[in-house]
Write a new protein. Structure first.
Length: 626
């Protein structure tokens, strides 16, 4: 078995695609991890901003969470309709492009691409944050652990959708199960004690209030808490990953994901209020995540605590998988419209758009390195891309129902319209509240990314215009080309090149660049030209090739060759020129270090400086291959 098969699985044929499709049970860990795991860092991001309010700040988390839950329900109904309307995948880019135009589509595409990269970075960093809460001694190794998890996620995802779902199934349901136990047990204690539960393991004491509650602070807290809604779009983007009936299975997964997220967010907010649990400084000593404090307060720090923290760590780290699942599909959709390189359309050995995965890994690693793997530093950049995509998608759906009138279209249009308004207002709140804290980076990156995509599209338009042909094959002026072959000395490589040249054309020019210094010795092709080349040709009564020697007093070799080829091209503008480049091809990569690479450089120079009438032909001599 090859190493590649062991790491990534055997290659899959195109006919095996349907076997890779998944059901709702596997759809939850693949497309729902981002949304579900946000219950771990969404409330914490909000509570972190409430630290200056002390105990009073903890009391405000319940109404803020209630507002987030209302918005989440609106998004659920909106995206349920998107799945029905776009059974082949209705991400924000597709919906906005088809209904609002390419400009809106590019805006959604840029926002989503940035959001998915941040999803991967925030998920991994939050998972490592949970680990550090349980084992504080690991805090100095935060970045290294983050990058290690990123490598593992990459290997798992390159095995394909089906295998990924199986790997993530147990951690996901373990997380859901342990968190429901914590929430259920916590509220049981709340009811039994009349609303005043005693923590098994007391959380850190909240500091005294140093600030007053203001509307501006509430808006900032709400914008941070809204990170809990990222990932809601994932199912609508990946509808085609589900088995038949795709729409029904996708909607079922979305329903379960949203229902679980509502329970988790409401339960965490309520228990934080009753147990008096607030956030701690993530960069300070003795940091504990909110879920670590909550689990310890409800169940103590026994074996269940470590199982719960372990499941949180796994799910937070694996939540980046939502980005791995959707980012390649998004880049493929954009590339199909010629706004990204076409390499993103290609499918790899496991029927994946693996180039999209590689790009995601590169961007995510860069972010983690820049921000040191600390979640709190990444959160301000988060949510803007997601809510911009939400808004454009819902606005696009309004136009979709407006054009496709039918039974229930008015009600559907109202639901999507409500979703567009709600997410649009939230977007403005998040942008204003987080702008100074780092949201300006995302706001700047989005137009930059749009400009890049427009440049790519302009290039593909130019290529299509210049290469398009509306005429039949031209059979006039089919003259053999003028063949130019650079030669150094007589060898078997030289012989192979000359034989090929003589088969191509009766007009062959062999070019030798003499760069030897005075007093140097050594044979060149000039010394053997008559005996090794001309005599056999004359005996065979073939047309003799011409030998041209170029003097190079400055010891340059490639520049004189280039000038000779370009000059020959100018002399006859109606004829093609074939430049044959003989070269040695070694068996092992390290052997290339023992030979000059003039042949490769010459080919590159000819491709860059040549014209359409210059054809470059490689003549390889394979060393040690019979």
């Amino acid at each position: 078995m090859q190493i590649a098969d062991l790491l990534f699985g055997r290659p899959l044929a195109t006919s095996e695609e349907r076997a890779e499709c998944i059901g709702p049970a596997a759809g939850i860990p693949i497309f729902g991890l981002d949304a579900l795991s946000s219950a771990a860092y969404g409330p914490e991001a909000a509570l972190t901003l409430l630290i200056p309010l002390g105990l009073m700040g903890v009391r405000e988390i319940v109404p803020i969470t209630a507002a987030i839950l209302i918005l989440l329900v609106i998004l659920y109904f909106s995206y349920s309709q998107t799945i029905e309307a776009y059974p082949h995948g209705g991400g924000s880019f597709t919906v906005a492009s088809e209904n609002l135009g390419d400009g809106a589509g590019l805006l959604a595409a840029a926002a989503l691409m940035i959001d998915y990269v941040l999803t991967a970075a925030v998920g991994i960093s939050a998972g490592v944050g949970a680990l550090i809460s349980a084992v504080p001694s690991l805090q100095p190794h935060t970045l290294a652990i983050c990058l290690g998890i990123l490598v593992l996620l990459t290997l798992v995802n390159l095995r394909g959708v089906h295998d990924t779902g199986l790997v993530f199934l147990i951690p996901t349901y373990l997380f859901i199960g342990t968190m429901i136990v914590v929430i259920g047990l916590g509220f049981f204690h709340v009811v039994v004690t009349g609303g005043h539960p005693a923590p098994v393991d007391a959380p850190p004491k909240l500091p005294p209030a140093t600030e007053a509650l203001t509307l501006w602070l509430l808006l900032k807290v709400f914008s941070s808490g809204c990170t809990a809604m990222t990932g809601v779009e994932a199912v609508s983007n990946g509808v085609m990953a589900f088995r038949e009936p795709t729409t029904k299975n996708a909607k079922r997964s979305l329903t379960i994901i949203i229902a679980l997220l509502l329970v988790l967010l409401a339960g965490i907010a309520g228990l934080c209020r009753f147990y008096g649990i607030g956030a701690t400084d993530p960069t300070g000593t003795g940091y504990q995540s909110v879920l670590s404090q909550l689990t310890a307060a409800v169940a103590g720090r026994g074996w269940f605590y470590y199982v719960t923290i372990g499941s949180i760590l796994l799910v937070l780290a694996l939540s980046a998988n939502t980005a791995f699942a959707d980012f390649p599909r998004l880049t493929r959709a954009i590339a199909l419209k010629n706004y990204l390189p076409h390499v993103f359309i290609l499918r790899g050995r496991r029927l994946l758009y693996s180039h999209g995965i590689i790009a995601l890994v590169g961007f995510t690693a860069t972010l983690l390195i820049l921000f040191g793997g600390v979640t709190d530093r990444l959160i301000p950049l988060y949510a803007i891309g997601a809510f911009l995509a939400f808004t454009l998608s819902q606005a696009g759906m309004v136009m979709h129902w407006r054009r496709n009138k039918g039974k229930g279209s008015t009600a559907r249009m109202c639901i999507n319209g409500l979703g567009a308004v709600a997410t649009g207002i939230t977007l403005l709140v998040v942008l204003v509240a987080k702008f100074v804290a780092g949201a300006w980076v995302t706001a700047l990156l989005i137009p930059c990314l749009i400009l890049v995509m427009m440049a790519v599209h302009k290039h593909y338009r130019k290529v299509a215009a210049e290469t398009a042909s509306h005429e039949p094959l031209r059979v006039d002026n089919l003259r053999p080309p003028l063949v130019i072959i650079p030669l150094d000395r007589w060898s078997r490589i030289t012989e192979k090149g000359l034989r090929f040249a003589l088969m191509m054309s009766q007009e062959v020019i062999a070019v030798h660049v003499d760069s030897t210094e005075a007093g140097e010795t050594g044979r060149s092709i000039c010394d053997d030209w008559n005996t090794e080349v001309l005599e056999p040709i004359r005996k065979a009564k073939l047309t003799e090739p011409k030998l041209v020697t170029l003097k190079s007093p400055y010891r340059f070799v490639l520049q004189p060759l280039m000038e000779f080829v370009l000059q020959a091209e100018k002399q006859d503008e109606s004829r093609q020129i074939a430049v044959l480049v003989p070269e040695l091809v070694v068996k092992h990569w390290w052997e290339n270090l023992l030979h000059n690479q003039r042949a490769n450089v010459l080919k590159l120079m000819l491709l860059l400086r040549g014209s359409r009438r210059i054809v470059v032909i490689n003549i390889p001599w394979y060393l040690d291959r019979g």
